[in-house]
Design a protein around this ligand. Structure first.
Ligand code: AHR
Length: 513
């Protein structure tokens, strides 16, 4: 057993926590939409064909906003395919995921679903095979109340009120050779700049995200981001980040610390954005939309797609030249260790709350997701569901810049790393605070002390810990509740000092009132 100390002062504010930090992502990929959120004929299906069991779980997860409809899919998507009478909608080839897109769920249906789950709809436009005119038309369709041919078409299709979508993504991962319409940075940047200007001219209220690098390991990172921002800085509100993490060749130590990798990635993108700010003598500070993040096992047993020689995606059903409908793609089953890492990644995002004002866990249902469904059957929570749900429920107000005193350990990927990582949040109006902690030690419980005096409370409302003797334990159809967090009985206060013991390889949320 070793010890650590977390120092908290509510005066040391990182920034206000934007609720969009607890966003997610639904792409037309695999079973995210079909048999994920939408399955007419399922015993729980509502009158629009949406699974009520999934709606309940998404609400419980506390998802603030959802990015849609892609991802790689959007770069070949013709948005008009998804409007109008369903029986007339085309069956298209989904080139990104080598499958058939039936278009039974489109903008109207997805908007209705986001209202049911209580989330904001955030929309990505196709800047791969499409251009500014197409983006303008979907914005007009979605956000102009009435009086133009395009807005009247929405009304004729059954939606009187405008959708009022605020957040718009200018393409997706345009730096990636796998992307339809992939182009050199300045080609994309010019297209993004003129599209952004046009969208804002149509609707000044929109918030716009330029497509940053798809991963910090890309050879073009961070030069891609610098170039894109040199063209678009005045036109957009965000630059995007994407990051997927996995345990490599049994290197659990590095995996548990991949929050460090996320921190360094964010620090580089922030520095790049601020460099462009300085170049432009601008008063405007650009924010980050971390619009895809999660654990994703891209490593073993994967087959490549024809256009994706250097990027691999898990596919259990795709063979040869088949174009299946609703294949099982990237249905990762997450362990306790994965949940601890997800909790750690949320700590990193909160630590950057001043600049990361939108983030989307990728994805939400079935595809690299915290919720899994069986067609015609049950829906259940993966291990990663819990750190997200608890953080979303407890992290309100502002994120605090805490100081952690802890032993370190050596990692192959990130060098020397603290065994304990933590962040705190403070909501002065509600008189509530929370502390989120990970113990990355693979062998030792760690007892942490936190002086709560500055927070003005000594009341521990709850302390929930995610840990297990078997860190590879998972939730499955047969055993959907095998892993869940439990109350940490060690949490106690003496005077103003909170003491809590964190088991080896664990994530903990302490709620203070
Ligand atoms: O989230 C799955 C895919 O990962 C997305 O389509 C793409 O943007 C990323 O590479």
């Amino acid at each position: 057993m070793t010890n650590a100390r977390v120092n908290i002062d509510p005066q040391f504010v990182v920034g206000a926590i934007n609720r969009r930090l607890f966003g997610s992502f639904i792409e037309h990929m695999g079973r995210a939409v079909y048999t994920g959120i939408y399955e007419p004929g399922h015993p729980t299906a509502d009158d629009e064909g949406f699974r009520r069991d999934v709606i309940d779980l998404v609400r419980e997860l506390g998802v603030s906003a959802i990015r849609y409809p892609g991802g790689n899919f959007v770069s070949g998507f013709q948005w008009k395919d998804g409007i109008g009478p369903r029986e007339q909608r085309p069956r298209r080839l989904n080139l990104a995921w080598r499958s058939i897109e039936t278009n039974q769920v489109g903008l109207h249906e997805f908007a209705s679903w986001t209202e049911k789950v209580g989330s904001e709809l955030m929309y990505a436009v196709n800047l791969g095979t499409a251009d500014t005119a197409d983006a303008l038309e979907v914005l007009e369709y979605a956000n102009i109340e009435k009086g133009s041919t395009v807005s009247e078409q929405r009304i004729a299709n059954g939606r009187t009120d405008a959708f009022g979508i605020r957040m718009w993504y200018l393409g997706n991962e345009m730096d990636g050779p796998w992307q339809l319409g992939h182009s050199p940075a300045d080609d994309y940047a010019k297209k993004a700049s003129r599209t952004a200007k046009a969208l804002r001219q149509l609707d000044p209220e929109v918030e716009l995200v330029a497509s940053g690098s798809s991963h910090p390991t890309m050879a073009t990172f961070p030069e891609w981001d610098r170039t894109v921002l040199e063209y678009t800085y005045d036109d957009v509100d965000y630059i995007s980040c994407h990051g997927y993490y996995e345990e490599k060749a049994g290197d659990l130590g590095s995996f548990l610390a991949c929050g460090v990798k996320m921190d360094r990635y964010l620090d580089t993108v922030i520095a790049t954005a601020d460099y462009v700010k300085a170049l432009k003598r601008s008063d405007k500070t650009l924010n980050i939309s971390f619009d895809e993040w999660n654990v994703w096992y891209l490593g073993d047993n994967l087959r490549s797609f024809p256009r994706q020689a250097d990027r691999f995606y898990r596919t259990d059903e795709i063979e040869g030249n088949d174009w299946p409908e609703t294949p099982r793609l990237a249905e990762d089953v997450y362990s306790v260790a994965d949940a601890v890492v997800v909790g750690g990644l949320l700590i990193s995002l909160l630590r950057h709350a001043d600049r990361v004002t939108s983030a989307s866990m990728s994805m939400l249902v079935n595809v690299i997701a915290p919720i899994t469904t069986e067609p015609g059957g049950a829906a259940w929570r993966q291990t990663t569901f819990y750190p997200f749900a608890l953080t979303s429920a407890l992290a309100h107000g502002v994120a605090l810049d805490v100081r952690v005193e802890s032993d370190h350990y050596e990692t192959d990927e990130h060098g020397s790393v603290a065994l304990v990582d933590a962040v705190a949040t403070h909501d002065a109006d509600a008189g509530r605070s929370a502390v989120f902690l990970v113990n990355r030690s693979q062998s030792d419980d760690i007892t942490v002390t936190i002086d709560l005096a500055a927070l003005g409370t000594t009341t521990v409302l709850d302390a929930q810990t995610m840990a297990d003797d078997d860190i590879s334990a998972r939730n499955t159809r047969e055993d959907p509740d095998r892993v869940r967090p439990s109350r940490n009985p060690s949490a106690s206060t003496a005077g103003s000092v909170l003491t809590i013991t964190l088991p080896a390889v664990s994530w903990t949320a302490v709620s203070l009132g």
